[in-house]
Design a protein around this ligand. Structure first.
Ligand SMILES: [Zn+2]
Length: 127
């Protein structure tokens, strides 16, 4: 599985990087740094956990970029929201492919173009 290397949130571009032994050394699945606009994800956790950690850190970053710092720091809210967000993307492939690939819009796409367009795109969801 390949995680994307960059995500744009609002006007900001955040880099995404897998970090070796992040969980083993710091007991972290992932971490976001708002000032450096970086998201790091542990490479020593399962692929599904990496995806969930990415959605978790994305949720923090989205809330930070909206300026809602109280909600951004509300770890319980971020966990609940990002867990459901992960499930929605994992269980609705059409939504994921449409969002993550530079493919045709949902109204233009056929099953054939859908597959062809997404082959080269980022694949961040578990099989
Ligand atoms: Zn968090």
């Amino acid at each position: 599985m390949n995680l994307p290397t960059e995500v744009k949130i609002g006007a900001m571009r955040y880099s995404i990087e897998l970090v070796p032994k992040l969980h083993e050394h710091r007991s972290l699945y992932g971490e976001v740094n708002y000032s450096q606009q970086t998201i790091i994800i542990a490479d020593d956790i399962s692929n599904q956990r990496q995806v969930n950690a990415l959605f978790h850190e994305l949720t923090h970053a989205i809330l930070f970029e909206t300026g809602d710092f109280d909600l951004c720091d509300d770890e319980e809210f971020v966990r609940r929201f990002s867990n459901l967000l992960t499930q929605i993307f994992a269980d609705n492939e059409w939504l994921t492919k449409g969002v993550l690939c530079d493919g045709p819009t949902i109204n233009q796409r056929t099953n054939r173009s859908y597959t062809e367009t997404c082959e080269e795109g980022p694949d961040i969801l578990p099989e």
